[in-house]
Structure formats: C-alpha cells, structure tokens
Design a protein around this ligand. Structure first.
Ligand SMILES: Cc1cc2nc3c(=O)[nH]c(=O)nc-3n(C[C@H](O)[C@H](O)[C@H](O)COP(=O)(O)OP(=O)(O)OC[C@H]3O[C@@H](n4cnc5c(N)ncnc54)[C@H](O)[C@@H]3O)c2cc1C
Length: 495
C-alpha cells in the first residue's frame, strides 16, 4: 500500500518504521523543519536546548521502533541511564536522591527515612512489577474495538483486581509507605497522566514502575536525538520524509475512504491509507471537515498544561544538583486542587529543573549550563489569562529558580505558555493531551480508527494507548497494525 503519514512526531516516526517493516511505501509529510514534534530542540549561541520531554523511560520501546526499521538503536543514538534519576527537594528542606537499581534505592530510603520504609520499598517494587506485567500486553500494547475488549482478557483483569489496581493511587502508595515524602515521590507520576494521585486509580502506578523502577535514561546529545536518530533510521529503511510540508486536508472518495492528502502548496499526494499524527481533536477540526471528533475528544477532560522556560545561562549549577531536580512545594493536595479543580496557579508551585548539560558537556559552552524549568499549570480551560499574566508568572519563576541556587544569567532563552502550546496545534493548550481518567483510557479513549473514514488511522498521544514518549511509540506500532488490517480487508473486497 501507499501510506502517507502526516507528522514526524515520535508517533508518526514509530508508525512509519512499523509500516515499512510490513512492506508499505511510506511517505511522511511534516510541517516543521525537524523531526520529533514536541520532542523538539533549539540550537543557538552554542547551546542545544531540548524544549519537550526530558524524562525518557522504557528505552526498549524506542529500540522496538529502530528494530522495525531494520536497524539497531545504537547505530543512531546512544542511550545512557541517569543516576540519580531525580533529586527530590521537599518543602521542609530534606533531599532524597532517587537512584537507579533496587539496592541503591533501598540504601537511600534507609538513609532518608529508616529501615522500615526501606523494607517497604522492596514490597512496593514487587507489586509494581506484577501490575506492569498484568497491564502491558493486554491493556497497553493492544488495539480496542469495543468495551468488550476490556473484559476479554479476564485473567489479566482479575489479576488487576487482586493487586488492588482499581483502588485510589494515593491510598495504595500510602499502604506501603507511611512517610509522606515517599508517598509523594512514588505517586507524583500520576501528573504525567493528567491526574492527581487522589483521583488516579492504582493501575496508573504503572507509570511509577516505568520511571522509578525501570529507570530514567537520556540520549547522548540531548532528548531530541532520539527523534533525529529514528528519522534517519526510517529514511535509511526507505521512508521518504518531506519537511516544510503542511497538510491542509485529508482527501476522501465518494464512499468516505481516504484517497490522499492536500498540502498548503496546493499539491496533492495520493494514498491508500493515511496515518495522522497531529493532535486528534485538532486533526478532526482542521483536516477532516464534516466529521465530528469522538465525544471524549470534544467534551473530555484535558490534562493540566505547563509553563516551560528553557535557557542557555552563564555559570554552573550548585554542587548538589542532579540531572533532574524536583522541587516540591508545600500543600501537596492543595497544589492538585489548584491545578485541576480550580484552574489557578499552584499556591507554592512544584517545579522540575532539568540540567542536560550536567551529563553532556556538548550541550553548552564552557562555564555555561542548559537550563530547563517546567512548572505545571492549568490548561486553557483554567482561569489564568496568559496574555496578561505571563510576564508576572515568569518573573516569579525566574526569581524562584535563582533563589534555589541555579545560574540565571541568560544568554539565550525561550518561554512557552499554554497559549504557545495551543498555537502549535495542541487542544486546550496542553502538550499532555486528554487526561487518563478511567473514562478516557483504553476503549474509552478516542480510537485510532474511525468507521466513518476507512483507511484513516491515528497515532500519537491523544489516541491509544496514551500520553508520553513510551505510549506514543506503542501508538505507532498499533497504528501500523490497523493499516495491516485495512490492507487485508481492502484486498478481500477487491478480490
Ligand atoms: C514540555 C514537555 C514536556 C514533556 N515531558 C515529557 C517527559 O518528560 N516524558 C515523556 O515521556 N513525555 C513528555 N512529554 C510528552 C511527549 O513529548 C509527548 O507525549 C509526545 O512527544 C507526543 O508525540 P506525538 O507523536 O503524539 O505528537 P507530536 O510530537 O506533537 O507530533 C505531531 C507532529 O505532527 C506535525 N503536524 C501537525 N500538524 C501537521 C500538519 N497539518 N501537516 C504536517 N505535519 C503536521 C507536528 O509538526 C509534529 O511534528 C512532554 C511534552 C512537552 C511538550
């Protein structure tokens, strides 16, 4: 089949790799000048500054995409573990280093909170591993055609019930650890799914597994290198990538099936199937005139957004800084209430400060640092008027980062607020897509196929399985499976 992939985000690239392995002719049309989409990068004044994801987990899923392209990841990008994975700094001044590997982490918890909590970590890690095994094949790496697909793998479902997967995450984590600081570090990952730990079901602890147990990694040369490497691998496998090629319309036959795409230049590209990587609700609105997005995408609950400040700065970080530094604010539950329920800024914001140049001197000139500061904020359904408040909030964030001891003498910088994410085509101004509430997950999430438009398949964070680099890579593989099914169906019809 001739398959057009709209967008060279990680979802589009992974889909292209799997499609190519299946023998399709694949052409990617990307509106930008670089691959990677949200996993982007700015190269300026001697700095290479990542402006997207910073926490890479489950690198084996990235390896899967390279394998599909007939390559090995190490030919294109070198991935290294980050240790400590996080430095967690709490409002009371205490500091926990989240370490790679059970032994090192158990020793650190022993130092931080004593032997009882250290022993609890072993049980917690065992529970997370069981939870992950029960979920990965049946619920994450799986396409869904109906709600029944959720109950068919009943053994795995029963195992999840047995493991307490449907209890609330905060309570489950508290059943292992009595130290509130440990409860925070092992449940904040719910935020990656757009939820507060008190809202999330324990099944989402699988994100904690991917992160705190399987470990955090970083590509040499910065996060964007994984997208750059994958784009080179799929190109070497025979995929054509056109940059500066904005798709304005998905073309359809009289029966509704896709027949190609139209570009901003007016050119048309014929296709038997189209894989669509732009944010799903935006794609329905702008590329598929006349076909409404599924209800969950139109009416659903979107994840909180973020204010992102990336800067090349003069000076070096404090001696105790780690690659990833989480500065927790006070009032844990109040922070989530502000972000998710009230739609306002956290009263004492928790922030992530990532220093990629700490482990990779090539990312900043001598004596300088690459600074990445992310503050979670409400999305555009919230009550912050970013056109008026941006400067004040940014001023506050700059001051805070300086007070925490990081260098803030800026050589070059960029700031992204929810209005900027919206301008880049992200629904409700959030780069983190639909939240993973139970009703927006699995068969309830906007599906990657739509019966009304045969031959159209979605990939990326707003469809199955969900948000974040690992999930988006899986979504590319699932999209290729859908194209495989479609190819089979259409060949039967033609016959
Ligand atoms: C600031 C930030 C921090 C994050 N932190 C993490 C993290 O630490 N860990 C993690 O796992 N995830 C993180 N994420 C989330 C992760 O980056 C995303 O889930 C993932 O990269 C989304 O990939 P995607 O393929 O779905 O979409 P995208 O990357 O958005 O790809 C879509 C592509 O389609 C292109 N496109 C759109 N419209 C058109 C059109 N009309 N024609 C042609 N091309 C088009 C876009 O240019 C883009 O290249 C973060 C994201 C951001 C922004």
């Amino acid at each position: 089949m001739n398959v057009v992939v709209i967008g060279a985000g990680l979802g589009g690239l992974a889909a292209a790799a799997h499609l190519r392995r299946d023998g399709h002719e694949v052409r990617i049309l990307e509106r930008g000048l670089l691959p990677g989409g949200r996993a982007g990068m700015i190269e300026r004044d001697g700095f290479r500054l990542d402006n997207g994801p910073t926490v890479l987990t489950m690198p084996e899923l990235l390896e899967d995409a390279f394998t599909a392209a007939g390559a090995t990841m190490s030919q294109y990008v070198t991935i290294k573990p980050v240790d400590p994975m996080y430095r967690a700094v709490y409002a009371d001044g205490s500091t926990l280093m989240v370490r790679h590997g059970r032994e090192a982490m158990t020793a650190e918890i022993d130092r931080f909170a004593g032997p009882v909590e250290a022993e609890a970590f072993g049980r917690f890690a065992d529970w997370l591993a069981k939870l992950y095994r029960a979920e990965i094949d049946t619920f994450i790496d799986a396409n869904f055609d109906s709600v029944l697909d959720l109950v068919k793998p009943w053994r795995a479902g029963l195992e999840l019930v047995r493991l307490g997967g449907f209890s609330k995450l905060d309570k489950k984590v508290a059943s292992f650890f009595s130290d509130e600081r440990l409860q925070q570090i092992f449940s904040f990952q719910a935020m990656y799914a757009g939820l507060a730990p008190y809202q999330a079901l324990s099944i989402y602890a699988v994100i904690t597994y991917m992160d705190s147990i399987q470990g955090v990694f970083v590509p040499e040369g910065g996060m964007h290198q994984m997208a750059d490497g994958l784009a080179r691998a799929v190109t070497d496998a025979g995929v054509r990538i056109d940059y500066d090629a904005t798709v304005t319309r998905i073309l359809r036959t009289a029966s509704g099936a896709v027949s190609g795409v139209e570009l901003a230049s007016g050119d048309r590209v014929r296709a038997d199937a189209v894989v669509c990587n732009p944010d799903l609700p935006v794609a329905y609105r702008t590329l598929l005139g006349g076909v409404d997005a599924p209800r969950a995408a139109r009416r659903g609950r979107y994840s909180p957004s973020c204010l992102l400040w990336v800067a090349g700065v003069r000076g070096l970080p404090p001696a105790d800084a780690a690659h990833h530094n989480i500065h927790f604010g006070a009032d844990w539950d109040g922070s989530f209430k502000a972000l998710i329920k009230d739609g306002v800024r956290m009263p004492d914001p928790s922030i992530l400060v990532t220093l990629h140049s700490l482990d990779d001197a090539s990312l900043a000139p001598d004596g300088c640092t690459s600074l990445y500061v992310l503050e979670p904020t409400p999305n555009l359904s919230g009550r912050i008027d970013w056109s008026r408040e941006r400067d004040r909030i940014m001023g506050d964030l700059r001051r805070r980062v300086g007070e925490l001891g990081y260098p803030v003498d800026v050589v070059t910088e960029e700031v992204y607020d929810p209005l900027d994410w919206e301008a880049q085509g992200m629904e409700r101004g959030t780069p983190f897509a639909l939240a993973h509430t139970f009703r927006q997950t699995g068969p309830f999430r906007p599906n990657n196929v739509d019966k009304r438009v045969p031959g159209l398949v979605f990939t990326g964070s707003s469809t199955l399985p969900g948000v974040g680099v690992p999930m988006v890579l899986v979504s590319g593989k699932l999209a290729a499976e859908r194209v495989r099914d479609y190819a089979r169906q259409t060949s039967v019809v033609r016959w």
